[in-house]
Unconditional design. Sequence first.
Length: 682
Amino acid sequence: MSEGSYLVELVRWNIKNDGTDAVNTSKGLNDALSWAAQQGYSEVVLPNGTYLIDENNPIQPQSYMTFNLGGATLRIRDNSLPGYAIVSFRNKQKYSRVTNGKIEGDRYTHNYSSGGTHEFGLGVEMKYGGQYITLDNLEIFHTTGDAILGITSFGGIGGNFPKLAGNLELGGVNTLNGTLTSDSNRIRSKVNIPMIPQITNLGYFGLYGDSYGGIGSEITTNTYDVVFYKNDDTFLSSKTNLHFFDEVEVPIGASYAKVILHQATIPSVSGNTILIRTPEFPKHVYIEKCNLHHCRRLGIAICGMKHCYVSKCEIHHISGTAPQGAIAIEDGYDINQYIFLDSNDIYDNKSYNIIAVAGKHISITNSRVQGGIFTINSGVDKATIEKNYFHNCDPVLTGDALFSNNHLYRCRMRLPGKAEALIDNCFFHNSPLNFGKQKAYVAQINNCKFLFDNDFYVASINPGAPLIFSVEPQSISNCIFEGSGREAFTVVPIGAHDWILSNVSFINTRHKENRPTGLPPGVYTGCTFINSGRLEEISGGGKYEFSNCYFNWDSHTLFYMGTDKKINSFKVNNSYFFNPASSDSAFLLNGKWGNLQFSGNIFHYQNGSSNFMIGIRNTMVADQILLTDNTFMTSISMVSVSADNSPTIPLIFKDNNLIKSQVKLHNNHIKLNNLINNIFYP
């Protein structure tokens, strides 16, 4: 047996390297690769040149071998086919590598006259299985479809093979001995699942969704067990706590199996679309240091793969037919597992840069993503997006995602759907955040900095509000929102409720035309508002509570609270209000209100004024206003609370300390135990 590398002998194999004779060149290359594999060579090296590839006979690398292009180009012959492959892994190759060269399609000379999209002209295809495939140091370009495609077979089982839909009953199976059990928390297959040759030859089967990935609206679990039996109906073995879209290995000697779902209710036939299938798909695929560009459909299409690693690739200028993106993780649904995209440079693609339609355990790290749309769809579970740079693109996190340590510039992040999203330790530079979650407390924004400078207003066309809240409440903590003083900073929809903001700072968010900074109803703890402009509550029965907050403003009323619908509760506790220069009020109260409580606060006007700190208009209606244990201080005489023209409001002014300040209340109001300019009024 030979060892080492084999340099392809062009004359021996009737191969041309001058870009001619596609039929013989393709045949000769495949013959040479096959012969070298039989001789035990671990590497085949191609002499430099251009090799014209027959569109009907793709190059097929061999197992346990490196195909080194030696800097050469594999170029597809101009053709009119709706689909082709230049390099094809379709024979379940293992430990196979293609490296060091160019793979060129016929995009600009292709004949599209037959109609259709012609979107399946591929640089490299991986299908029908294959493991430990490496593609590295390749330039793949000008294909009519994808540069690289990895795709699963459906693996459907025909004939009269049993289906789970309509064949489930209440009860479990003892996974230690195979006996049927009474179990109100389990449902099991009434029929036996035979281990037919299609299953045993492959060595596994699985419980998968339908052609759209759905397992059924009445399947409430993701976990199941399988119990195997011998031909004589005796117990063989079991596998427990399996998940849909996983492979179930079949033990030697298994004749049939029973399936047990971890749920208590039996689904209807229409509510159960689980299929027992034997799909084959690429596993352990490594795509490294490749330059993928000017293809029509996708740079990399991950359509049913497991353990796929894409690193240090440059993917750009993909356009021509949908989805027109760099990387798509889509068909195959949750077969797509453990996808790692690291240190890639993605830019100038027509629509998407990265789109993940479905899958789980998807990691996108250390990459530069510029332009286009970045989206994690609702079918994705456990996506991690970390240490990336996003420039001029629109991340959409609908699926389950951790988004941390990323830098965004001129992007707009949207958070729709119901899945969990954690945004942590990111820097948003001129990059708005739009909440759209339809379920409470599934989105958390922690430890982030949002900076909006003058370029946001000047350079952006219709930039919109930097921060848009949703009706369903979420939480924000330890974040800074800093504006340029030009934009209308927030949008709060009617019906918003119960938001949680902790240690959040709004700095210089006052609009140049004094448009208000809207605040959704909720609890604000340790928050800071500096030059935030007029703060506006949202009407409609909500509740507000501010605790240990800091307010610093120097023009216009801080809270102008005039609403035509009643706010149920508004509390401000242990907070500090500092006005360094102007005479504008902290609160100007009007409209209809429930209970207002000001307790333990400090109102500090550095220069004083002839105005009032809290003004209550005679048109206001409230259930009660309680002011207790507050300090009102100024350097020049100033009115702390002005309510003398509102005799019908139940108002209690108790245990307050007024320094160089006075209070104007009506005789109907209750005043008790206040210290006014060092004089105690019991």
